[in-house]
Design a protein. Structure first.
Length: 260
């Protein structure tokens, strides 16, 4: 299951501890600004999970962990429910197709894909606060706009994943005129749906490790809980800075590992 000579293969409990810590941090960051996969996928690979298993495990942890954030956003009445049904269907379809597509590639090709897509996900997270500013206006509920948005972002989520939450927030703000808090809250519903679509594809392919996933899921639930409470009360500026530093280090380490 694990890569020979990796941290988790040689020192299982140390590797698992690192995965649990990463899951908590990723859940906290994801609830505020999106981008859990930017933390989880690189950490999973660095600790010793093969690429396809790393992508599948990220779906296992993120899918269940998002529930805690959704619960808090529902209590705060921040979700725009009128656009949710069509968005869920589109996100599910897009993510399932994306996950089936990525599973067609061999492991070494997936590594190249991950190196190519990580900067895209990072840029989406970095520039989210610069592209959008809180505004007031009529919320657009166009069925076609919501469907196309969630289908495309859902495909990206299933095919790769990291940065999906941030991309959803940008799209919902720009296309549907939601406020940042509304976009962040509503995106969790769509992100959860796209995760389910990809989740099913990875389960069918046997690319998940449920036994080691339990403590990671618990940590991610806690991270999402505290992160969503913070998102409701703040704009997440501090979390974004932490995300930039963390992902930058992860990308540098991955590149070093890949080259040497």
């Amino acid at each position: 299951m694990f890569i020979d000579g990796s941290i988790i293969a040689q020192y299982f409990y140390i590797g698992l501890f690192l995965l649990v810590i990463a899951s908590f941090v990723a859940g906290y960051i994801d609830a505020v600004a999106g981008g859990a996969g930017l933390i989880l996928v690189p950490v999973f690979m660095l600790v010793g999970l093969p690429p396809q298993l790393a992508l599948g495990q990220e779906k296992l942890v993120s899918t269940i962990g998002t529930v805690a954030a959704i619960k808090n956003f529902i209590k705060a009445k921040s979700i725009i429910w009128k656009i949710v049904p069509i968005g869920i269907v589109a996100a599910l379809i897009g993510a399932f197709i994306g996950a089936k597509a990525i599973l067609m590639f061999p492991s070494h090709v997936i590594e190249y894909i991950i190196f190519a897509f990580l900067p895209i996900g990072l840029m989406a997270t970095l520039f989210k606060g610069k592209i959008v500013k809180d505004h007031q206006g009529e919320i657009k509920k166009s069925v076609l706009a919501v469907f196309v948005t969630c289908l495309l972002v859902g495909f990206y989520d299933g095919f790769f994943g990291p940065g999906t939450g941030s991309i959803f927030i940008i799209a919902l703000y720009l296309i549907n005129s939601l406020s940042l808090l509304q976009a962040s809250a509503t995106s969790k519903i769509f992100n959860f749906s796209s995760n389910i679509g990809a989740f099913v594809a990875f389960v069918i392919a046997g690319k998940m490790a449920f036994a080691i996933g339990i403590p990671m899921i618990i940590a991610n639930l806690l991270g999402n809980h505290f992160g969503s409470l913070h998102a409701i009360k703040s704009d997440g500026a501090i979390i974004k800075k932490v995300l930039v530093v963390t992902v930058g280090l992860m990308m540098a380490t991955l590149v070093y590992k890949f080259i040497f």
